[in-house]
Design a binder for this molecule. Structure first.
Ligand code: GUN
Ligand code: ZN
Length: 447
């Protein structure tokens, strides 16, 4: 048989649980001189280098391929719990807040993906750029076009990635060219689920854009689709911007608050995740927590669109599961390191505590848990899929200068997340194999 074992050496950090507000140090493991043994794409062992090496049967270590990343920090691949691939062309668009930003920039960019070839080109580019940023799993909005989901899943499958994606459902309050209907959303959704859900590492996420762009009939269809097969995911947006809140109250006068709209149509529960959740009442937080529904904290987007400062500490204290997300193109970067920095800045503005431990947890295991994928990814526990990112803490002169002589791991992690970006991503591995290496030239792929 072909040698399938991979041995990796470097400084290794991963989380076993949420460190919580108290930074519980039993929640993570750190091996300064660590080893990771991967067989058939899965983690077989993770620990101090010497003990991992001692535990490897001779026939495996003889055949293993070796990656020496000493001096680098190895963490599980980043999990971006909410992002929009068609919005790559919208990043960094000036002068609008959410509702006008959607009208003026986002809907036109999504309309352009009616062109299937453009959808394919965009999806391949997006997937390559995720890898360059160390993001190995994401929960991704496509467009209203069914082929935009095919394009994304095809690109993700070519790279063997664990990814979630869904066709955006919207049948009102948007340009006619971007409208589906309850019936077409049901037909397209069923076909896409059949075609993609559970194929390799791919999972389907039922994706009503947000309450204002779906009729009550379509929200009912979203519930029907989500419950049509076990293990399906659901994603949407919730409580991002004050004008949006007022509009939802107008459109759904019978519902007691924004969350109740989704609740009413059976759209809360485990494997459901909503972007933002900035302006929520105590009651809404309690109901999110009780139902096991997660919030994707999108701090870069909150800042860029001026939507408000998500009180992430308050959400967590209420028992709401949180993931971290870029929300590209609401945010002008694909970098989860930069999202961690924004998370800290938003927390400062909102009077919330965010420790480096919790930020790194949210970007890895926390995201996997929020998406209901923690049995597969998010840590280096035995049997998990070996997706990981290799980070260079000396990638920039400022980082090198800042970290000189700094031993404390918490301080190193914090400076790395505040000052780091794509330049820190030395390599990204998928199922143990190196899928991205920074020394290779970067370009827009030809598809
Ligand atoms: N709410 C509804 N659609 C969107 C979107 O595409 N981006 C963001 N940030 N919020 C939304
Ligand atoms: Zn979004």
């Amino acid at each position: 048989p072909l040698p399938t074992a991979i041995l990796v050496r470097g400084s290794i950090l991963h989380f076993l649980a949420d460190p919580g507000a108290a930074d519980d140090s039993s929640a993570w493991q750190y091996f300064e001189d660590g080893g990771l043994l991967v067989e058939d794409g899965l983690v077989l062992a993770c620990g101090p280098w010497g003990s991992v090496l001692d535990g490897v049967p001779q026939h495996i270590s003889d055949a293993a391929r070796y990656f020496d990343y000493r001096g680098q920090l190895i963490v599980p691949g980043f999990v971006d719990t909410h992002t929009h691939y068609p919005q790559l062309r919208v990043m960094g668009s000036w002068g609008r807040k959410l509702l006008d930003w959607l009208e003026d920039y986002t809907f036109p960019a999504e309309t352009a993906l009616a062109d299937e070839a453009l959808a394919q080109r965009t999806a391949s580019f997006f997937v390559e750029r995720l890898l360059a940023h160390g993001t190995t799993t994401a929960s991704v909005f496509a467009t209203v076009h069914a082929h935009s989901v095919d394009a994304f899943f095809s690109a993700a499958a070519r790279r063997n990635l664990r990814m979630l994606c869904g066709k955006v459902m919207m049948d009102r309050n948007c340009p006619p060219a971007l409208r589906d209907t309850p019936a077409s959303a049901l037909d397209d959704g069923m076909a896409l689920i059949e075609r993609w859900h559970g194929q390799g590492r791919l999972g389907y996420s039922v994706t009503p854009r947000f309450a204002p762009t779906s009729s009550p009939e379509q929200l009912a269809v979203a519930g029907e689709l989500w419950h049509s097969r076990p293990g399906l995911h659901l994603q949407s947006h919730l409580s991002e911007n004050p004008q949006e809140l007022a509009w939802v109250a107008e459109l759904f006068p019978g519902r007691r608050d924004y969350l109740d709209v989704y609740e009413h149509y059976g759209l809360l529960g485990p494997r459901a995740i909503y972007g933002h959740g900035i302006h929520l009442s105590a009651s809404e937080r309690t109901r999110l927590a009780a139902s096991g529904t997660a919030i994707a904290f999108c701090p870069g987007s909150n800042l860029f669109l001026g939507s408000g400062f998500c009180p992430q500490g308050e959400l967590s204290a209420s028992g709401v599961r949180l993931g971290l997300a870029t929300d590209v193109g609401g945010c002008a970067s694909l970098s989860m390191l930069q999202s961690m920095a924004s998370a800290y800045e938003v927390s400062q503005a909102a009077g919330q505590v965010l420790s480096p431990w919790r930020a790194w947890y949210l970007a890895t295991l926390g995201g996997a848990q929020a998406l209901g994928l923690d049995a597969q990814i998010g840590s280096f526990q035995r049997g998990r899929e070996a997706d990981f990112v290799v980070l260079d803490p000396a990638a920039t002169p400022e980082l090198t200068w800042r970290l000189e002589g700094v031993e404390a791991l918490g301080e190193r992690l914090f400076a790395l997340m505040m000052m780091g970006d794509e330049r820190c991503v030395r390599a990204t591995h998928i199922l143990g194999e190196r899928a991205f290496c920074r020394s290779e030239p970067q370009a827009v792929p030809a598809v």
